[in-house]
Design a protein around this ligand. Structure first.
Ligand code: NDP
Length: 302
C-alpha cells in the first residue's frame, strides 16, 4: 500500500525536486492539443474573462501571465481592468454581463479586491458553470460531496503533481498545513476524495511537528517563510510547498521563498516542490485546464 517505502531510496537519488514548471508545460500542451476539437464543435474558441480591480503590482503580473498562457493554448481571453475606486455594484454588474455572454466560459476575478468590495458577494455572483477558480459555494459543496464540479486551481495542481509522482494515493497519510478556503481546505478535500487519510493543522493546532512527521504527503500553505524544516518531514515523504513569500536578504535584494526551508527539507524529503517553479506554474496551467473543462461542459449543456 505504501508507495513510498519501496521506492524511496531510488526516488531520492533519481529526482527529489519536483519540477512543477515542466509538468505545468505538459498540462498546457494537453489543453492546447484539445482546444481545436472544441473549436470544431463550438465554432469558437474557449473564452476566459480576467477581471482586475486596482493596480496591485503582484496581481498585474498574475493577470498578464494568465492572459499570455491563455493565448498560447488557444483560449481567447478578455481583460477587464477596473479602477481602484470601482464600487461593488459596478463590479457585480460587469459579472452579470459576463455571466450572460455566451462567448465567455470562464470568469476569473483576481483577488484580493479593494476593501470597499465584499469578496464573498462577488464570488457568489459568478455563474457556477463559469467559476474557473472553483470558489463559488456550489462548487465548494460539490467538492465536499465528492461530486464533479470546478476545482480550485492551486489544489488541483497539487493533486495532479502528487498523482504524477505516486500514482494511486489510496491509504497514504496526508497532512495539510493551513486551512484557508482557497488552498488548505480544498486540498484536504481532494486528498480525502483520493482516499488519503487526511489531517489538517493550523495556527491553533498543537504538536504540529509530530503531526507533520506522520505524513507520507505533506502540503504546506501558510504564508510563513521557511517555517517547515527537516524535523517536520518523515524520511521519503512527498512535500508540496504552496507558500509564496517575498523576503529581503542582507543586501536588501528581494527574492521568493516558500513555507518550507528548501535546503533543509531536500535532505529528508522523497519529493519536494521548489519556490519558484513548483506549485505556482501548476496553478496557472490548471486555470487553462479548468477553462477548457468549463467550455466543454457549457457546450454539452446547450
Ligand atoms: P491564508 O493566510 O488565507 O491562510 C494561512 C493558513 O495558515 C491559515 O489556515 C492559518 O491558520 C495557517 N497558519 C498560520 N500560521 C500558522 C502556524 N504558525 N502554524 C500552522 N498554521 C498556521 O493563506 P492562503 O491559504 O491564501 O495562502 C497560503 C500561502 O500560499 C501564501 O504564501 C500564499 O501566497 C500562497 N499561495 C500560493 C499559490 C500558488 O499558486 N502557489 C496560490 C495561493 C496562495 P488559521 O486558519 O488558524 O489562521
Amino acid at each position: 500500500m505504501n508507495h513510498l517505502s519501496s521506492s524511496c531510496a531510488s526516488e531520492v537519488t533519481r529526482n527529489v525536486v519536483m519540477d512543477g514548471k515542466a509538468f505545468a508545460q505538459k498540462i498546457r500542451a494537453e489543453v492546447a492539443e484539445q482546444v481545436p476539437a472544441f473549436v470544431a464543435d463550438a465554432g469558437r474558441q474557449p473564452g476566459l474573462a480576467v477581471v482586475l480591480v486596482g493596480s496591485d503590482p503582484a496581481s498585474q503580473v498574475y493577470v498578464r501571465t494568465k492572459m499570455r498562457q491563455a493565448a498560447e493554448v488557444g483560449i481567447k481571453s478578455f481583460q477587464h481592468l477596473l479602477g481602484v475606486d470601482t464600487t461593488q455594484a459596478q463590479l457585480l454588474s460587469l459579472i452579470e454581463i459576463l455571466n450572460q455572454d455566451d462567448s465567455i466560459d470562464g470568469i476569473l476575478v483576481q483577488l484580493p479586491l479593494p476593501k470597499q468590495i465584499n469578496e464573498t458577494a462577488v464570488i457568489e455572483a459568478i455563474d457556477p458553470a463559469k467559476d474557473v477558480d472553483g470558489f463559488h459555494p456550489i462548487n465548494v459543496g460539490r467538492l465536499s460531496a465528492g461530486h464533479p464540479g470546478m476545482v480550485p486551481c492551486t489544489p488541483l495542481g497539487c493533486l495532479l503533481l502528487l498523482q504524477d509522482r505516486l500514482g494511486d494515493l489510496s491509504g497514504l497519510k496526508a497532512v495539510v498545513v493551513g486551512r484557508s478556503n482557497i488552498v488548505g481546505k480544498p486540498i484536504g478535500q481532494l486528498l480525502l476524495n483520493a482516499n488519503c487519510t487526511v489531517t489538517t493543522v493550523h495556527s491553533r493546532s498543537q504538536h504540529i511537528v509530530e503531526e507533520c512527521r506522520q505524513a507520507d504527503i505533506l502540503v504546506v500553505a501558510v504564508g510563513r517563510p521557511c517555517m517547515i524544516g527537516d524535523e517536520h518531514i518523515k524520511p521519503g515523504a512527498i512535500v508540496l510547498d504552496v507558500g509564496i513569500n517575498r523576503i529581503a536578504d542582507a543586501q536588501g535584494e528581494t527574492r521568493l521563498v516558500g513555507d518550507v526551508d528548501f535546503d533543509a527539507a531536500i535532505t529528508t524529503a522523497g519529493g519536494l516542490t521548489p519556490v519558484p517553479g513548483g506549485i505556482g506554474p501548476m496553478t496557472v496551467a490548471c486555470l487553462m485546464r479548468n477553462t477548457l473543462t468549463a467550455a466543454r461542459q457549457r457546450l454539452l449543456a446547450h
